[in-house]
Design a protein around this ligand. Structure first.
Ligand code: XMP
Length: 318
């Protein structure tokens, strides 16, 4: 029960002193943590911060625009790297989930390094590491946590580059970061953002990722979000998203037989992502989502709802 307003002011002062006349680099993903950190650093050192947003082409509809608009409006010195082509090229023909993660994580570090070189020199690298991340990685170093999925966020970001790390949120939990975001004047759409995996839609397109499939999934996912946000219990949801399955099923559209893809809807409650329960979304809402997706997204003729908890399933399908 301590004063976060004071914490923010003290951190700003501390970071300002630490950075001095040097420059600091930050990767922003659009999530609460990195976005809040970007704004905190901006308040502390202004344009001595360079924030890099890598668009890997695996983001949701409108996500890049939403995030970059906010950061620019709040005065963050932002570089947007359009790297879709590179990532999709590297992902061609890849179907294994862990392989996708590895490729995306690796490519991300490459892009980031190139930008750092081009725009440097930077003495510091800032990261939005939270306390649970610190504990989790300590646990995995001692072999306590069984590794289910490799989480390449910016975790792979190289200490080898010789940066000094700045991690102002190291002792904080997510709800505290959300409150700091509020104090710093970030808008609700950022503060309330659901967690989104680093590899993005690549792990929500089962099997090979293609441009066409990304487009289908983006449209379906956008419809799901539009409809579910209207639900009075939306705030209780941990994550809600669409998954594109790699199978086609037979259907009928108009007078014709169709043979098209299936979308699975996933809506879960969770405290920390480690365990989760599927949410009993009213049929009325699910039905509306299914009808809209099959009407509005050509290439989809069937929608199913995922009724599994974690465990035994995971939240993501890959
Ligand atoms: P799972 O699917 O393992 O997900 O039950 C637990 C939480 O982690 C997110 N997730 C990821 N986040 N990189 C990330 O940064 C990843 O590769 C990744 N895989 C899953 C997932 O969205 C959920 O919040």
């Amino acid at each position: 029960n301590w004063n976060l307003g004071r914490f923010v002011e003290e951190k700003i002062e501390e970071i300002r002193k630490q950075i001095g006349e040097n420059r600091v680099l930050l990767a922003v993903s659009g999530g609460v943590d990195s976005t809040t950190l970007a704004v905190l650093l901006q308040r502390a050192v202004g344009d001595k911060l360079t924030a890099i947003f890598v668009d890997h082409g695996l983001l949701r509809m409108g996500e890049k625009e939403e995030v970059t608009e906010v950061l620019k409006r709040l005065g963050v010195n932002l570089v947007v790297v359009d790297a879709e082509e590179r990532f999709l090229e590297k992902l061609k023909g890849v179907v294994d989930p862990e392989e996708k993660r590895k490729i995306i994580g690796h490519e991300f570090v490459e892009v980031f390094k190139e930008e750092a070189k081009k725009r440097g020199p930077f003495k510091f690298l800032a990261q939005g590491t939270l306390y649970p991340d610190v504990i989790e990685s300590a646990a995995s170093h001692t072999g306590m946590a069984a590794k289910i999925k490799t989480h390449h966020n910016v975790g792979g970001l190289p200490e080898e580059l010789g940066f000094e790390l700045i991690e102002p949120f190291r002792y904080l939990f997510k709800d505290e970061v959300r409150r700091i975001a509020e104090i710093l004047g970030l808008p609700e759409n950022i503060i309330k953002r659901q967690p989104f995996p680093g590899p993005g839609l690549a792990v929500r397109i089962l099997g090979e990722v293609t441009r066409d499939k990304l487009e289908l999934l983006r449209k379906a996912d956008c419809i799901l979000m539009e409809e579910i946000k209207k639900w009075e219990k939306y705030d209780e949801i941990w994550q809600s998203f669409a998954v594109l399955l790699p199978i086609k099923t037979v259907g009928v559209k108009g007078d014709f037989r169709s043979y098209e893809y299936v979308i699975a809807l996933r809506v879960v409650k969770s405290e920390d992502g480690m365990t989760a329960n599927f949410v009993e979304v009213p049929y009325e809402i699910l039905g509306r989502i299914a009808r809209r997706i099959t009407n509005e997204v050509s290439g989809i003729n069937r929608v199913v709802y995922d009724l599994t908890d974690k465990p035994p399933a995971t939240i993501e399908w890959e």
